[in-house]
Write a protein of this length. Sequence first.
Lengths: 596, 319
Amino acid sequence: MGKNATDRGAASGEVSRRAFLSTGAAGVALAAGRTREANAQSGSQRNWDRSAEVVVIGAGVAGLPAAITARDHGASVIVVDENYDIGGRGILSGGRVHLGGGHALQQKAGITARDHGASVIVVDENYDIGGRGILSGGRVHLGGGHALQQQASIKDSADQVFADWTRHDTADARYSDRDLVRVFADENVPTFNFLVENGVKFNERPIGPERASTVPRTFVTVEWPIASQLIAPGRGRNGSGLVRQLEIAARQKGAEILLAHEMKSIIREQGRSGKVLGITASHDGRMINIEARKGVIIATGGHTGNVNFRRTFDPRLTEEYQQACMPYVHQGADGELAAMEIGGSLWATANQTAEAGSAITKTRHIGCRWGYATLVYQPESPMFHLAKATGLTVADWQDVIFVNQAGRRFWNEADGSYKFFAAAMAYSGDPGKLNGGGPIWAIFDADAAAREKWNPKPPHVDPDGFFFSADTVSELAGKIRNPYQKQPISGAVLQETVNRYNGFVAAGVDQDFKKPTPMYKIETPPFFAAWSTPILHDTLTGLRTTPNAEVVDIHGEVIPGLYCAGESQGGFAQHGLARCLVFGRVAGRHAAKRSA
Amino acid sequence: MSAGAATHATVITVEDPAEVAVGAEFVLTVLVSCPAGCDLSGIPIEVMAPPDNATATVPAPCPPPHAGEGREGGAVARRVALKAPLRAGEHVWHLSCAAHKSSGWHHDASLLRVPVRVRPHETSLAVWAIPSPVVTSRPFAIKVGAKSAAGCDLTGMPIAVRDAAGTMLAGGVLGDTPWPGTSSLYWTELTLIAPAEAGMFSWSVELAAADLALPHQGSSSRFSIAIVDPPEHKLTIKVVAQGTASPVENAQVRLGAYRATTDGSGLAELMVPKGPYDLNVWKSGYDAPTAAIVIDADLAVEIAIALIPDENPDAVWQM
């Protein structure tokens, strides 16, 4: 059904949760209609399979602190997550395979879920929270004058945090909702203390100042010490030490985490009015209703992997652009869509296209499908059989040229700015593909492989559509076959592109794109083509909320009992973990304090 | 055709065969049908190969359909494996069916002419190990390799290098061992003499179509070469890190067509003729402005390059 095609995640061949939802329901409009019909049953008549005061959707960097904080304020909590684990620890073969998650790759992996009894419920379909948190570098950008800053003699305050992150002279901060930034600033130190109190360990060396910050505020969490509980071992994915510890704290405090539970809809009293009552989730092919007597907290992690949704903000972002952190976590806009179906609205959407943050990134690991800057799936990763290659890590962009789907260079390869991305996504002349620029290929020769000490063979590269080699450049062009490469590259065109570039190298000047001192010819056989299409990362806009993280509807009214934190929340586009942690706590606290 | 006709027609149809390469095996899908719907599945069809096709010069019976082969509109698809001639061009196969009686009806004889375009194999070229720059009038060598799309042995194939006017500058034949790391890139080294004048030159290499066991298309490719005047002066460049003044190793130094790499002391040397130049220093992760210099004697310069902080906010593992 056409809906599947447009709604499918960045990766073809895998069924996103949203596509799963759409199947047989003709997409969002009908799904919304179905929700309204379901809601016509009043809350008192509904059969609840489970009940808690606070229900958190997503067990990650926003959902876990939300669950802990709600418990700290005395509420019972259920966390649901569609994934098999908050962070990839529970790979158990032969168990109950997650069928409802819409995450076909996980199903293929034979990854099964664990259940834990407790009194607080977090619902996570897996894919986002623990997910991207566990893959992150663990850099927590919190300031305000906390203990580690004091130890490093860094002077900071809540007012300084606010001043920095409302700066007009940087697009990182310019479009922020200052009501949210004020709360963020005031909650920096309490959030840092919260992490320490819940057992999170930090390296003491400060980093920064970063982005809009004027003083060093970034501290890195200590990597989780148990290798078997890592998803991307071996590359300092220190966020594992954050989410694993928060998971322990949440469980110890009595939050119940339901893994392999995929949120399907949020139940509101009357369709688009009244208070939020709970959620529906699918588990083991069965739909269950989970009552939230005080509140539902959306912590689903953003929309970057949902092609249809992300094109709302930038029509260029067509299907060829992959999402960082796949194949472990898919940012499918689930929370946003579920909230919008009951009236929720978006906010501060300028942040998504302000060309300041890490919404679009340059690949650093080429020749594999998901070559995000710092994320490498080593062969020992439980995700490796899906990721299929580590990629070739580029140390020097002088070693390759980039060509577009027509086989032509388009920009200075050493650049990684938004100008580079704009050129990569420019119309490349294919009348059959007007939006998006198509695949970008890094072309290099045997000498470049030697300089970079690359071994251009599996498991370093993925020859199934993402890496090719040939004896001549012309032959190489003919070998490039990939689902996103709609037309074959002409051998003559690619040969001429390389010949022209080699001429620039001989002369010492790149007359086309001003690559600084083009250093190396591409001339020594064999020749290689490696997938190097820009990869998408941060979600920088999302649902409109109050400073208390309550979701606001399209008329500007609070939706009673609905909260949002993390990358699905709009209004504050700071990269990374800090805003997720802060507003997770804010949401958990406010929801717990609500009267049922 | 009406049921009252004295005879029925026999209709032979083939799927339009794609263009095939010389000597390639290909499959012809043949449909034999009667417009009135008679079952012709047991009727023999003869396949007459092109007269000069050394691989199949005698009429071959078209096999009856195998179990599982599809019926299309009442006709039965038969798949016939054929081999293309070794000569490029259009070749004609003939499919014939003799007059016969089927389902109680006489069926006319039928003959179908099937032209197939047979193309030679493509070739492609690589040129490498081109020294840069080359001093005027000096001899220098390059390597040239050629690849057959079919992976054929190209040993002995002639290679020529020509200038922009088409004048042949050098020639040779491909050797008998593929270049290391390639599947079948046959190569040779050619010696050339640099032009007497400095400048950028674009020359071409050509592989002439030749009579190997299988015909191949010729191909050509071009390459650029920087020719410079004889060096007169020594330029010594020291590259240091801005702020600390510590030497930077493995920085790439470019002076127009000239290049060098700094050693452990941050030093690189270039021998160059007099003239104005743009001096560029490149090292990944560093930034350095272009320096305009004039060489009229031996010269030593120091360039400070600035470390660019990694803008990636997640880059903890690189630290």
